[in-house]
Design a protein around this ligand. Structure first.
Ligand code: F0G
Length: 459
């Protein structure tokens, strides 16, 4: 498969260091086999996340210099409002410091009675956590194709609409506080949601008087997949597709650290509900800062206003998705199993299939992440039972539906040669797969353990 050439040239470089295998064996041991504890300087290719790790353009850096740092009513705030209204068509937009800040503000306003349900095509961890902190119960409802990593399906991120209807009937519509559409659906592999599914989900929600929330971190990649794969959208631009997608929802939360191409920032926005907008304003002032900066500097608001448009540029998206498809094609060449088709921001390698001798409770996804680091200095992360953690009540280890190792690709950062290094490192690990060991946890905190726990190889 041909690599889609970059629609940019490089103006500034950041050196990265290649270490020896022996050095890396020491670094990962010192990090207690937790990739989060590695020093970034000891990582050669960092695929831990695509969040806040992208490269800003020269226009964004110029925008940074134009940032208006007034406490209230700054020029940069109005620029961001204009961009947001133009792209999404929402009446009220509130900047916040990142995606989880938007979630922290929104969910307590939606979950009005403890124990209410919030249903999603699949929650991202922080979104799930904020539903829980607000007293709600988070329920995943992804389509069955999303749970089958080996079979191709265009829109594996979709909501299972028949199941959604059953759940609403079972719980009672008054007990469902909101429905969250995560686009793209990160937890099942950055998989897109179709326009038809978005429309159908909204129809069911609105028939039952339930608010629809978009978790919009990767909205532009989702729009591009619709353009490529859904009949009737071939000639629509990503911005037109975005406007239609958002027209079906009532509210959105956004981590701007992904498709909006900034290193820090977020939004929470309301289409027309004045009461909800007013409540968001009150919470924002308490938690994030005054309305016209929301936990960000004026320069961040400027960079975001520019990034929102750059993230929707068709040439950029063709290259971005093309880069993922190139990496996926290289893995197919080597017979390495992954969530197929590849998603928008990451390849989710099926470590459970690649390391079948490691049982789920010895964390194949984490074992593969460690091996990739030792092999070539590549940092990735487990999206499997290690991340899944324990049952909060019984403290029993939970089994995840998949054992994935996620290779998330930062935007506009790595080249074709870097992706070749990644594919070849995976091939090398595959060739010696039988020797790769599982891991046990030797120390862990009570919550969100994957960030800080200590592990050691089994045996
Ligand atoms: N929603 C989705 C779908 C996400 O992927 C993330 C973050 C958030 C919300 C929270 O946003 O980090 O700005 O507070 N995802 C990152 C990742 C961390 O690596 O996938 P945030």
């Amino acid at each position: 498969m041909q690599y889609m050439p970059e629609p940019f040239k490089i103006k500034m470089v950041e050196p990265i260091r290649i270490t020896t295998r022996q050095e890396r064996e020491g670094f990962i041991r010192d990090a207690n086999y937790n990739t989060f504890a590695l020093t970034a300087a000891d990582v050669y290719i960092d695929l831990q996340t695509d969040s806040g790790t992208g490269a800003m353009s020269d226009s964004q850096w110029a925008a940074v210099m134009r940032g208006d740092e007034s406490y209230s009513g700054g020029r940069s705030y109005y620029r961001l409002m204009d961009a947001g209204k133009d792209i999404f068509g929402y009446e009220y937009l509130q900047p916040v410091h990142q995606g989880r800040a938007a979630e922290k503000i929104l969910f307590p306003l939606l979950v009005t009675t403890p124990g209410q349900y919030v249903i999603s095509n699949m929650f991202f961890d922080t979104t799930r956590a904020h539903v829980g902190l607000a007293g709600g119960r988070a329920v995943d409802c992804v389509c069955p194709q999303g749970m089958d990593s080996s079979t191709y399906f265009d829109f594996k991120g979709n909501m299972d609409v028949p199941k959604l209807e059953t759940l609403i009937t079972e719980y009672g519509a008054e007990n469902v506080a909101a429905i969250v559409m995560t686009i793209t659906n990160n937890s099942v592999g950055g998989q897109p949601v179709s326009m038809e599914n978005m429309r159908e989900t909204a129809r069911v929600a609105h028939q039952n008087g339930i608010t629809v929330v978009i978790d919009a971190a990767r909205y532009a990649e989702n729009a591009y997949f619709i353009k490529e794969r859904e009949a009737g959208y071939e000639d629509a631009s990503p911005i037109e597709i975005t406007r239609e997608m958002f027209s079906y929802a009532d509210v959105f939360t956004m981590s701007a650290k992904k498709d909006a191409l900034v290193n820090m920032g977020g939004l929470v926005a309301v289409r027309e509900d004045q009461v909800l907008s007013d409540a968001i304003k009150t919470s924002c002032i308490a938690f994030e800062g005054y309305l016209s900066y929301g936990g960000l500097s004026g320069r961040d608001l400027e960079a975001m206003a520019t990034g929102l448009y750059e993230g929707l540029d068709p040439d950029f998206l063709r290259y971005r998705i093309g880069q993922m498809q190139y990496l996926a094609a290289r893995l197919t060449e080597y017979d390495i199993p992954f969530q197929n088709p590849v998603g928008g921001h990451a390849v989710f390698v099926d470590a459970g299939k690649m390391l079948p001798h490691i049982p789920w409770y010895e964390f194949p996804g984490q074992a593969l992440a460690i091996e990739l680091y030792v092999e070539a200095g590549i940092r990735s992360c487990d999206i499997g039972s290690y991340l899944m953690d324990r049952d909060p009540v019984t403290r029993e280890q939970l089994q995840a539906p998949f054992e994935f190792t996620r290779l998330a690709v930062p935007r506009r950062v790595y080249t074709q040669a870097h992706l070749d290094v990644v594919a070849e490192a995976l091939k090398a690990v595959k060739d010696r797969a039988a020797d790769v060991q599982g891991y046990v946890i030797t120390w862990e905190p009570k919550v969100l353990r994957h960030f800080t726990s200590h592990l050691k190889p089994v045996g």
